[in-house]
Ligand binder design. Structure first.
Ligand SMILES: CC(C)(COP(=O)(O)OP(=O)(O)OC[C@H]1O[C@@H](n2cnc3c(N)ncnc32)[C@H](O)[C@@H]1OP(=O)(O)O)[C@@H](O)C(=O)NCCC(=O)NCCS
Length: 157
């Protein structure tokens, strides 16, 4: 996939195995709050095994967002959890939050998952993550399962 503009200044492209170092550099530049919102735990990097799964053509697909200088400012995952269902997630660097990028990326994620052939997507979100909840509601997802500290949202594509 060639890079495509998502917002005036950001470009999106599919990730490859070689992007792990740049993705972990993005993690180093994010606040603890942002990382906790994404992982629901204290995480500061992805392991090589996690990344392999996220860019495996069968198991996972990842979109990278880069600024005009090529600096990574976010990434979005579509990871297979069953034959028909993918788990989606999104992380934006703090400097790019609250500017509508998440909304634009959430629509892109939905159509990407549909194109990959998934029938359903799910997302795990902390109950107080108001931005993520707003994105999911806006996409038509509904909460369908609750665990301590996180809620699973589901959307039929
Ligand atoms: C969650 C996240 C992807 C949202 O992306 P974003 O670009 O910051 O959000 P947007 O600017 O597109 O706004 C999304 C919605 O939240 C609302 N919103 C924005 N800031 C808000 C705030 N501080 N409080 C409540 N709602 C807020 C917006 O109004 C918008 O709703 P609308 O489209 O219905 O008007 C991004 O903030 C992020 O990466 N956070 C850290 C990681 C994370 O939480 N990932 C989600 C779990 S996988």
């Amino acid at each position: 996939m060639t890079a495509v503009a998502v917002e005036p200044a950001l470009h999106v492209r599919e990730a490859a195995a070689a992007d792990l170092a740049a993705v972990n550099d993005l993690h180093r530049r994010c606040s603890v709050r942002t990382l906790c919102s994404r992982y629901h735990a204290g995480r500061d990097r992805l392991t090589a095994a996690e990344w392999e799964r996220m860019v495996d053509p069968v198991l996972g697909h990842t979109l990278l967002l880069a600024d005009p200088d090529g600096l990574l400012v976010g990434f979005a995952n579509v990871v297979r959890v069953s034959d028909s269902t993918a788990e989606v997630s999104l992380l934006l660097h703090d400097d790019w939050q609250d500017a509508g990028v998440g909304r634009a990326m959430s629509w892109r994620l939905v159509s990407y998952a549909r194109r990959l052939g998934f029938a359903d997507i799910v997302a795990w979100v902390e109950p107080d993550n108001r931005r993520a909840v707003s994105l999911l509601r806006g996409a038509g997802a509904l909460p369908d399962f609750r665990e301590p500290g996180e809620i699973r949202w589901a959307l039929r594509l």
